[in-house]
Design a protein around this ligand. Structure first.
Ligand code: RB5
Length: 147
């Protein structure tokens, strides 16, 4: 399945542990506006160098959603969640990505390249971008997250 999200601005980034899937997801998305924040090779790199710019781009409102990939997804998620306006969710199944949007209003999806197949990674992104925040009782909870 190819996802065309013409109205969405998406920021994507990875370290070397997520580089291969980032390249594949760039092809998969075919979105009107996807910005690649790196890394740009499979050489070893530090995940905060890419997670911070992606998080800042989403936090500023310039981009609707972020996609971050590293080996475990932990490094990029921990980094992105340092930003007040970011709700980054580690997802290893498509259903979790949908729930992250529906219940948590997540704005960044973090994918562990070393633990999911490429097919699953694509499905995670598709579910994340297609799902809508349900608001209501979930909004009350999300509004209590910030410190
Ligand atoms: C890189 O080897 C790996 O540590 C990184 O991609 C990520 O899993 C860190 O959380």
């Amino acid at each position: 399945m190819t996802t065309t999200k013409d109205n969405l601005k998406i920021a994507i980034g990875s370290d070397h542990g997520g580089f291969a899937y980032k390249q594949e997801l760039l092809q998969h998305l075919q979105a009107a506006h996807v910005k690649d924040f790196g890394t740009y090779s499979a050489d070893a790199a530090d995940y905060p160098d890419f997670a911070h710019p992606v998080a800042a781009a989403v936090e500023s409102g310039e981009f609707d959603f972020g996609i971050l990939i590293c080996g475990s997804a932990n490094g990029v998620a921990i980094t992105a969640n340092k930003h007040q306006g970011i709700r980054a969710a580690i997802c290893w199944q498509p259903e979790l990505a949908g729930l992250a949007r529906q219940h948590n209003n997540a704005n960044v999806v973090c994918i562990p390249e070393r633990f999911v197949s490429l097919k699953t990674a694509k499905a995670i992104v598709d579910h994340f971008l297609a799902a809508k925040f349900e608001g209501g009782r979930h909004a009350n909870r999300v509004n209590k997250i910030s410190c």
